[in-house]
Design a protein around this ligand. Sequence first.
Ligand SMILES: [Zn+2]
Length: 403
Amino acid sequence: MVLRAAAMFDGVSSALAANPLVVIADGVIVAVEGPGAAVPPGATAIDLPGATLLPGLIDTHLHLCFDASVDPVGHLAQTDDDALRGQMSAAARRALCGGVTTVRDLGDRGYLALELRDGDAAGGADPLPTVVASGPPITTPGGHCHFLSGAASGTRGLRAAVQERAERGVDVIKVMASGGNVTQGSTAHLPQFDAEALRVIVAEAHRLGLPVTAHAHSARSIADAVAARVDGLEHVTFMTADGVDAPDALIRAIATRQIVVGWTVASHPDQRGAVFPEIASRMAALVANRRRLHEAGAMLVPGTDAGVSPAKPHEVLPYATEDLARAGLSPAEILHAMTSRAAKACGLGHRKGRIAPGFDADLIAVDGNPLDDPAAIRRLRAVYAGGRAIQPDLLGQARIEVP
Ligand SMILES: [Zn+2]
């Protein structure tokens, strides 16, 4: 198969290439040619006149088991695993219809996201995005998201929790270093695990060859997680009891060590009032600290936390462009962050996030020039996942109902 379009952003350049011809075989990009290249004999040519090709978008942080309702936690409690499998598969397909061809699930129940990942590899009837998953996050007894059954404590218990996840085949260990917003009785600005507990988790994960990413709102937890040598941080809001506190030395350490900073971005425009009050009251300081991290050269990637509220449907990632621009990212930096850099953050830098020979044929085609206006990524013309086209009538927002 050959895709021809008017322009192409390849995931790493800062300029568009004109009149690309992308050759795809067995779900992989085998050649990328310039203007005037001939269609290889026997190939089916698909023309996308006027469109710009990009690598498929990558959401580094979502939850397929949360249904993006006003009460995702309550609904999850009432949903058995069989029903949940269907709901998660629909949520994944919905992300794909928004142009998100890879998702990293950072908290499921019963390792169901791994089933989805492995079922997809076997080739289902409908294309799904590529799934990378942590399984249930490791948390304290009664702590943030304890209802996902990932509570553990004590050196032996924490090591066992990491070992269980490794045996299950997770791609990354997720630990709830601080409290969070969706859990009753949990306080985002307070640590859950201390520095020593985080060190135990990271050491065991690294011994088993797994990266660790830490959910960390609390300023104290961010410092502890950095000291414990985590590979990634999620949210990174630097919350204290009455505001935020992001010391220069900590910002510099995060940037120098190139710890992945998973920013929570993107809200559906119809639902922008629905931000958690703990976040809304700190938003100005939060944006200022994002700018500081970006200016310090930190490795920033967008994650949405899709599923946790009505503002966060599973296809919400393309709405991250405004949040990233507000933090000082240029259009090229925004596109890099959503493609090649996000791929690297998910451990998929060798096969996702770029349009280049040897990379998976995950592509989107959009109207307009996303380097002039990144919001062009919301004007979808086509989506390909592993070379398989998504039905055009399913493209865009909210076309698949999550049961
Ligand atoms: Zn989350």
